[in-house]
Ligand binder design. Structure first.
Ligand code: UDP
Length: 239
């Protein structure tokens, strides 16, 4: 088609569960390494890369609070889980020779850098991969919202949301054989139809700042690079 935009700075959002591999909990090092290789291919093209990794493979605030824990405490535990995932990814990326900084919304100076916007921008300009950890630093939010917030702050051109499926469907493709994938869908449609892309606050934040979300499958080898080039199947969520 030839009209696909080229990207110079992007946000890659992956869930914590994407790091689990075939395990039921926690981190599977070969899976973390595989994703790091996907990132390396794109990094080698000169694209500046921000990442946000969820924490659901270790702890989710809502689950904790359903078990009687105070919600905000449970959410802080979820945010701490994202820091562990970020450190694992940093280690895997540095194993591939890519300079990587973990920047936490909750300061923990011995572990990683605190979030200072200008410093984060500088890292990107120096072609370091920047992993934003601890979500937004606030309970009642998700890492999808954190990814959207940081993508806006870093002036990313799009959010690439790597999932288990190759886009947004009208119903769960794991449960329904007749689920249909959208090529394009608007933010408003996602909100109205409650399509499972990101939570409503993340979608609204993307919509209000005209930041497209590209939903693609992380399971396809070379998928991230291909999607950046407009190849393969994916869903583009836009204004
Ligand atoms: N969380 C939070 N504030 C944020 C981001 C995350 O409180 O800004 C907590 C929340 O409890 C959430 C957990 O961290 O359940 C893990 O994040 P998320 O569920 O977004 O991870 P994912 O589903 O992407 O693995």
């Amino acid at each position: 088609t030839g009209t696909h935009p080229t990207f110079s700075r992007v946000m890659l959002k992956i869930s914590g569960e994407a790091l689990m591999g075939d395990r039921g909990y926690g981190l599977n090092p070969p899976t973390v390494e595989r994703i790091a290789r996907e990132v390396k291919v794109v990094h080698d093209m000169g694209v500046e890369i921000c990442m946000v990794i969820g924490g659901g493979n270790i702890f989710r605030g809502l689950q904790g609070s359903a078990q009687g824990m105070e919600r905000t405490t449970a959410d802080y535990m979820g945010m701490l889980a994202t820091v562990m995932n970020a450190l694992a990814m940093q280690s895997a990326l540095e194993g591939q020779g890519i300079h990587t900084r973990v920047i936490s919304a909750i300061p923990m100076d011995q572990v990683c850098e605190p979030y200072i916007r200008r410093r984060a921008v500088r890292h990107l300009e120096k072609k370091r991969v920047v992993i934003f950890a601890a979500g937004t630093g606030n309970p009642y939010f998700t890492t999808d919202t954190a990814a959207t917030l940081r993508a806006n702050e870093m002036s990313c051109e799009a959010i690439f949301k790597g999932t288990k499926v190759d886009g947004v469907y009208d119903k769960d493709p794991a449960k329904f054989d007749d689920a249909v994938r959208y090529d394009n869908v608007t933010f408003d449609e996602v909100l109205q139809k409650r399509l499972a892309v990101m939570d409503a606050s993340a979608i609204a934040l993307a919509r209000d700042n005209n930041l497209p979300i590209i939903v693609f499958s992380l399971d396809e080898p070379g998928g991230f690079k291909g999607i950046l080039a407009g190849e393969g199947t994916y869903t583009r969520v836009h204004g």
